[in-house]
Design a protein around this ligand. Sequence first.
Ligand SMILES: [Fe+2]
Length: 258
Amino acid sequence: MATRLVHISDVHFGVENRAALAEIDRVIREEQPDALVCTGDITQRATHRQFADAERWFARFDIPIWLEPGNHDMPYGNLWERFTAPYDRYNALREAVAVPHFETQDLVLVPLKTTVRAQNRWPWSDGVVRPRALERTLSALHDLPDDGRVRIVTAHHPLHAPQEGEPSPTFRGNKAFARLAEAGMNAILTGHVHRPFHEVRRAGAYHADVIGAGTISTRLRHSAPGSYNFLTIKRAPAQGQPGTILVDTRTVSVATSE
Ligand SMILES: [Fe+2]
């Protein structure tokens, strides 16, 4: 037995790729994974209509849904709301369709917030790991029993630069990665860059799998096609051995702008 997750990201409801959404829908019905994970940028401009479309789509599944907010999921037009209640619209979606906790015999998911309503550099869309957000995730990792299950952190922004050793576009990303790996994180699932990847990154004596999902929108970048990841995760067979994470990146049907 293993735990199977469909990992999607950057759906950008508003400019979503409907063919890709239909494909995910079919995969979930046919392959019956244990959960659907979406690592942020659920909407394009965080409008009520886009969140309503997202809610309709996620509500169709009878498996647990795990959501992270992305930089696109805070209001753009309404600056007052962006600054006073940036996550209200996202939180309403989360309450309607998502689970607050998810764990199986193989894994535990732990959230990490990397989005901010504003920052003292441009663009505001870049990731930031604020100390308080990092402490929350570290303490969740520390609270987990050492039982061989794979500890998976989920965030919107990758913590590292695409090239190893380069400064991360996510502020305090490299440092956060090192602390999280030291605290027992085995893998991190992210989105944002609209390009899939899977590597093992090291920080001192520790390492973790870094896994990015592509986009399920019509906003294609880096000439990467739309894609999603199908993950198969197995706990460690014995004390001191690693669990296993298989990543199957699947390209979705050619997106057409609407
Ligand atoms: Fe993003």
